[in-house]
Design a protein. Structure first.
Length: 359
């Protein structure tokens, strides 16, 4: 159903009503015992009502704040001992990056083959560019911006990344719950209690890092800035404060909302055949990444669940939250996902030029 224009509330009211819906959905998921209820509930509820035509809305400063909080919370796991462990497995992280690049190339080539005659109006060069950047396993906004510079159809690129992240975010936590794995972290965060003074110092330091990242135009600045600063503090052996559970839950809620509001009615009408192909390929990639993660676990001695999360084709914040809530090797999952994101953002354009240099 489409809500008549005169019933549509003003933007602040839409944001407030969307947050209220998300909070109710989170409470229902807590009651049902679903995995990561504070993100899954808001994500499901917001995406469903958005596709029905309800005027849901996410406020960007809230989403940025949520990423800021989660980045800081994850950085607290990187004690000096954990830092040595992660550094010692640099070769496994490098293999994960190579796997992601190869999988992205294969995904893009498959999309190009499947839709060579089903996207009228696109030249061969535009189709090639669109499918390549849609297939790259990187951030949705960053890949869309890069694709736009090369003349791709950006609505298809953005839709591909949004749908892939949605499916991975919904499927993997439930798969982990069915599997029965949790509480694998032998190293808890560097500090487990919080207090106002230490939290204030941590907030100021991480805000400065996020602001600097944003000024420099870096990807995911609020998440990455807070993560890098907190990692640096924790690796040095300093401890200020933990992140309160309520604040972490609120951050997951606004991140779930920011992802859910993308799935509007207009999204459903974006080349249905294309979306069906993306959904099929996303499920296939999850299976392939699970197999790769399992093989990598045999080489590293880490639990398969940790490496399945670390190599999964999902969003960095969503997979890191899953690892944090289920306690499935937070530092390793974060390291794998962060290094992959940086590598894909740096290498996506050079690889594209190399791949199609003679075409």
């Amino acid at each position: 159903m489409t809500i008549p224009h005169f019933f549509q509330p003003a933007s602040p009211v839409r944001v407030a009503l969307t947050l209220l819906l998300a909070w109710v959905a989170a409470q229902v998921c807590v009651w049902l015992g679903t995995p990561i209820p504070w993100m899954i509930g808001p994500l499901l509820a917001t995406s469903l009502v958005s596709m029905l035509g309800a005027p849901t809305e996410s406020w960007t400063p809230l989403r940025n704040t949520g990423q800021w909080v989660i980045g800081a919370a994850l950085g607290l796991y990187f004690t000096p001992e954990v830092g040595k462990l992660v550094a010692g497995l640099w070769w496994a992280i490098a293999l994960g990056i190579a796997w992601a690049l190869a999988l992205g190339l294969a995904f893009g080539a498959w999309l190009q083959r499947m839709h060579a005659h089903h996207l009228p109006g696109l030249s061969p060069a535009e189709l090639r560019c669109t499918t390549y950047f849609a297939g790259a396993i990187g951030g949705a906004s960053e890949m869309t911006l890069i694709a736009e510079r090369h003349g791709a159809r950006t609505d298809l690129v953005a839709a591909t990344h949004s749908l892939r992240v949605l499916l991975v975010t919904l499927c993997i936590p439930f798969a982990m719950q069915i599997w029965g794995v949790s509480a694998l972290d032998t190293s808890p965060p560097a500090v487990r209690d919080w207090h106002w003074q230490g939290l204030g110092v941590l907030a100021l330091a991480t805000f400065a890092g996020a602001w600097a990242m944003a000024r420099l135009g870096r990807a995911n600045p609020w998440f990455m800035g807070a993560l890098v600063v907190t990692m640096g503090i924790t690796l040095s052996g300093l401890t200020f404060s933990a992140i309160p559970t309520g604040l972490s839950n609120a951050a997951q809620l606004v991140i779930g909302v920011s992802l859910g509001v993308r799935f509007t009615r207009a999204f459903l009408h974006t080349a249905p055949r294309w979306l069906a192909s993306v959904a099929f390929a996303s499920v296939a990639m999850m299976g392939l990444c699970a197999g790769f993660g399992w093989l990598l676990s045999l080489l590293t001695g880490l639990h398969p669940a940790t490496l399945i999360l670390g190599t999964s084709p999902g969003g960095i914040a969503e997979m890191a939250i899953t690892a944090k809530v289920l306690q499935l090797g937070v530092p390793m999952v974060t390291a794998f996902q962060v290094c992959r994101l940086v590598a894909v953002l740096v290498l996506a354009e050079p690889v594209y030029r190399w791949r199609y240099r003679n075409e």
